[in-house]
Design a protein around this ligand. Structure first.
Ligand code: NAP
Length: 507
């Protein structure tokens, strides 16, 4: 077995995203793997949410516990890989010119990993420091500096909150105003943690049969059947409890489905902004104009940051960034912001961003880039017609959830499938193009039942200029996704072609 990683150690997302304030917004008890009960029993945590160093430490412990590190070749990129129809093997070439061959190719290239760093005129002449949150170097100290940040997604809001008290001045370059609810982070005592441990089986059963897998029971109440005043009370309770996914999915079951309920939720947050932000003009700029249907955001007192004297907000939808100068950023209006450092919190070329960087070739030399020219589309978020024995962890059209339980579901399914292949003496497995098309259609149908496609976000590829808008996720929930995986297995993999080479020869 050969394992390759471009990084110098394990950790993936949590290796690269070391930016100030980095935190998971999944609660600590379920931002971990469920497959090892002992690991959970031994573990502990301080607060309701885990910080980046804590998660990285956890992942390092997992790697040590299962002695994974010794199988890895770090600091190594895969530049190309192709399926050889004659031998049924995948041949892999690294950036060091090394080659390797294997029957199975498993990719874990990351859902949110290939960074999106927009280019701006004059950026090379800028004399200050530039950072991207997704490739944050060790030992950066921005205390006392004039810092600019571009981007106000999940990442940007965390950086803004963390840096505002440290820096001399923070200028936020906001293109889209965001709906942000409180995260509700607080110390978690031993008793609470012990209760989670004692209820391990029930908790994980619930998570794996739920939709978003965030460790709470999703609401079954339709907001549309509830009077506006009552909705308001439910939103207020959720606001106090904290959690972005809780606010969207624990309140009512149609916040992301019904225009009317979505508007109620959006208006509730808008009123909070107006109350929290003292300067009405800043509050206006912070108030979103679109629907509430991006990946839900949460943080501690995000809007309150804008009451600080050392924080200013540049609305770059209204007054776009024209260029970088040697001293900072100049807007179209001519206003120049002098900055010692600029942080790009501009997100990722999600889902396929790392796949299309590698020359991946399946049957007949077809490349993944060509196959995904109209957007990445896959079968069950793991497989691709004409790419036999290739399994993608978090590939296109997989579930949109808290990620560890989805990762585990996929890894279990891949392991079972490979075990079946080996037990049955099979040489290759791949989905039929019909099965893949049907799965993509299922994903499209479900997505269109929600409001998510109506908001511009990375979920549908809208954040990357020129990227085709595509339904890249299965929004049917983890429970239903796991049932789909089970039924493929129970049917004897009837949506798959085994040993296609042999079948073709026999014809
Ligand atoms: P993101 O959600 O894509 O946000 C990127 C931000 O950069 C947006 O505000 C975007 O504005 C802005 N932007 C992009 N290009 C720009 C340009 N040329 N000029 C000005 N602004 C520009 O990326 P992210 O914040 O890194 O988050 C990505 C995902 O990672 C999240 O949705 C979440 O799933 C995950 N994540 C999770 C956590 C957590 O658990 N708390 C933390 C960080 C990230 P527009 O909105 O106008 O495009």
């Amino acid at each position: 077995m050969g394992l390759y990683d471009n990084a110098s150690d394990v950790g993936g997302t949590w290796y690269w995203n070391r930016y100030p304030g980095a935190l998971s917004d999944t609660e600590s008890f379920c931002y971990r793997f469920s497959f090892d009960k002992e690991l959970l029993d031994q573990g502990s945590w301080q607060t309701r949410y885990l910080t980046q160093p804590e998660i990285l430490e956890y992942l390092n412990n997992v790697a040590d516990r299962f002695d994974l590190r010794s199988s890895y070749q770090f600091n190594t990129k895969i530049v190309s890989t192709r399926f050889d129809e004659a031998t049924g093997l995948w041949h892999v070439v690294t950036d060091k010119g090394e080659t390797a061959s294997a029957k199975y190719l498993i990719t874990g290239l990351g859902l949110l990993s290939a960074i999106n760093k927009p280019t701006f005129c004059g950026i090379d002449d800028y004399a200050g420091d530039i950072y991207h949150t997704g490739a944050w170097p060790e030992g950066v100290d921005l205390s006392g500096k004039r810092v600019g940040i571009i981007g106000t997604g999940s990442t940007g809001i965390q950086v803004i909150i963390a840096l505002a008290p440290q820096v001399k001045h923070l200028t936020v370059f906001q293109r889209s105003a965001q709906y942000v609810v409180p995260i509700g982070n607080w110390p978690e005592d031993t008793e609470t943690i012990d209760t989670y441990k004692a209820n391990y089986d029930e908790i994980w059963k619930q998570i794996k049969s739920s939709n978003v897998a965030f460790g709470f029971v999703e609401s079954t109440v339709a907001g549309i059947d509830v009077p506006e005043a009552e909705r308001e009370c439910v939103f207020e309770e959720a606001w106090q409890r904290g959690g972005g996914f809780r606010f969207m999915f624990e309140t009512f079951n149609d916040v992301a489905i019904s225009d009317e309920v979505n508007t109620s939720a959006a208006n509730f947050i808008k009123r909070k902004i107006a109350k929290i932000v003292k300067d009405p003009e800043i509050a206006r700029k912070l108030t979103p104009g679109d629907i509430y249907a991006k990946r839900p955001l949460c943080a501690t007192d995000y809007y309150g940051v804008y009451n600080r004297k050392n924080v200013s907000l540049a609305d770059v939808k209204d007054d776009p960034i024209a260029e970088f100068t040697t001293r900072g950023i100049r807007l179209a209006s001519g206003i120049e912001h002098e900055l010692d450092a600029v942080i790009f919190a501009t997100g990722f070329d999600a889902v396929d961003g790392n796949y299309t960087k590698i020359d991946i070739r399946g049957r007949g030399g077809v490349t993944i880039r060509d196959k995904w020219a109209d957007g990445p589309l896959g079968y069950l978020g793991m497989m691709e017609a004409d790419f036999p024995n290739m399994f993608m962890i978090l590939g296109p059209n997989g579930p949109f959830t808290n990620l560890p339980p989805s990762l585990e579901s996929q890894v279990e399914w891949i392991s079972d499938t490979i075990a079946t292949m080996e037990a049955d003496g099979r040489s290759t497995i791949e989905p039929t193009q019909e099965a893949e098309d049907a799965w993509v259609e299922t994903c499209r149908t479900i997505a269109n039942m929600t409001l998510f496609p109506k908001a511009e976000s990375w979920i549908f590829g809208a954040n990357i200029p020129g990227k085709k808008n595509a339904v890249m996720f299965y929004l049917g929930g983890l429970g239903n996704y796991r049932s789909e995986l089970q039924s493929v297995r129970n049917s004897g993999y009837e949506s798959m072609i085994f040993d296609r080479q042999t079948a073709t020869t026999a014809l």
